[in-house]
Write a protein that binds this ligand. Structure first.
Ligand code: SAH
Length: 393
């Protein structure tokens, strides 16, 4: 059973965003707190007239409550209902297919579960909690995933050691089964090793699936540079599509090893692939007229608003270097996954790179995150991945 501990009363008028299904209650909106709830407790939120607003997880900090329900008191089945809805969405949107068994099952607020991420890799679910409430409810969540996966999920790994902040000890552990890493999953028919224990985040960047597919549509016969390659996702798709040479570059040796393994796993001719452990900025310096296509998929340069200015300089320089280097009639896939850098800001930065590079450039397409990373229309903060396909004359 969900046990309610406290009640949060809002200041007059501050219920408006929750009435529009925005799930965050900020500390500044709170008038009073009854019963002194502990971190991660379930609380009820009421407006200044004591009318119900919703229910959710309480936590000290700027976001004081993450709402999981905007109506009645959730019964013990709240996770069952929400996980079922998440599976249904992936099925309706055709994310889960015979050729794809790696997908995001829960994308936080986009799936009505603020503070929770669940990625599935061919029968293995990796749960990541970003709130103490989700951490405390992890066993309930695991049970719901197991029950609603219709036998598809045989292993559940809980990985939140680095996502909960100081003061909340969360050991990484198996909640179901015992995984054997690395483990193979498929994405549009391409095979990838996934290592959720040692890998970054939950082990793989599923959010680029459709953008990798788009790259494949354009990569036949091309020489391709994949920078910030990590597991080599874009490299594998380019080779599968018949690129003549793919060069993967990442600053981490571990990442480059993973890329090599994935190239082998798919049975590609190693002659068509090269990889280098290097800083992308250095690597690009003497590569003029070497590649037909360049992929720029850096880590989030800005994790907070304070870091945004410095980050924009990074994106600006990176894109300008690639624009200078690429062959005539070349294609650049450029991305930013910084949530605090919105689409317009990213676009404007790329424009400024183009001015600096001094080449004629056209925007062919805007790219974003796929259907298994849904964004609640009332919670635009859930949108983080943006990209552009550029044509450089
Ligand atoms: N494109 C990848 C995901 C990139 S994650 C995919 O499709 O899965 C970001 C990667 O950038 C990490 O592997 C990290 O090791 C690497 N990285 C960070 N800074 C770098 C730099 N300056 N030069 C090259 N690689 C870098």
């Amino acid at each position: 059973m969900i046990e309610l501990t406290g009640t949060i009363y809002l200041k007059a008028g501050r219920e408006a965003s929750a009435r529009r299904f925005h799930p965050w209650i900020f500390s500044g909106a709170i008038q009073s707190i009854e019963n002194n709830p502990a971190e991660g407790d379930w609380v009820e939120v009421k407006d200044s007239k004591k009318q119900p607003v919703g229910f959710g997880h309480y936590q000290k900090g700027t976001i004081s409550v993450r709402l999981l329900s905007f109506s009645s008191l959730p019964n013990k089945n709240i996770y069952l209902e929400k996980i079922e809805a998440a599976f249904t969405l992936r099925s309706i949107s055709k994310v889960i297919t015979e050729k794809t068994n790696g997908y995001r099952l829960v994308h936080g607020e986009g799936d009505g579960l603020p503070g929770l991420i669940v990625d599935i890799y061919n029968g293995v679910a990796v749960i990541q909690a970003h709130s103490i409430g989700m951490h405390r409810d992890r066993h309930r969540i695991a049970e719901a995933i197991q029950e609603k996966s219709a036998g598809l999920v045989h292993t559940i790994y809980y990985k939140s050691q680095n996502t909960l902040g100081v003061g909340t000890p969360a050991e990484n552990e198996y909640l179901l089964g015992l995984g054997a890493v690395p483990h193979v999953m498929i994405e549009h028919g391409n095979k990838f090793f996934v290592d959720w224990e040692e890998g970054q985040k939950t082990g793989f960047f599923l959010d680029q699936r459709e953008n990798r597919k788009r790259l494949a549509e354009m990569a036949e016969g091309a020489t391709v540079l994949n920078t910030f390659s990590y597991t080599g996702g874009f490299s594998v798709y380019a080779l599968a599509a018949g690129a003549t040479l793919v060069h993967s570059v990442d600053a981490s040796e571990k990442a480059v090893d993973l890329t090599k393994k994935n190239i082998e796993l798919n049975g590609f001719d190693p002659q068509h692939h090269a990889c280098t452990v290097a800083d992308t900025f250095d690597f690009l310096k003497d590569k003029k007229d070497t590649y037909d296509m360049i992929i720029l998929d850096p880590p989030a340069f800005a994790k907070h608003k304070d870091a945004r200015h410095q980050a924009m300089k990074g994106y600006q320089r990176l894109n300008a270097e690639a624009m200078r280097a690429i062959k005539p009639n070349g294609i650049i896939f450029t991305f930013s996954c910084s949530q605090v850098v919105d689409k317009q800001l990213f676009y404007d930065t790329v424009v400024s790179s183009a001015i600096q590079a001094g080449r004629e450039i056209k925007v062919l397409q805007h790219l974003g995150q796929p259907a298994d990373h849904p964004v609640s229309i009332f919670h635009p903060e859930g949108e983080y991945l943006k990209g552009l396909i550029l044509f450089v004359k």
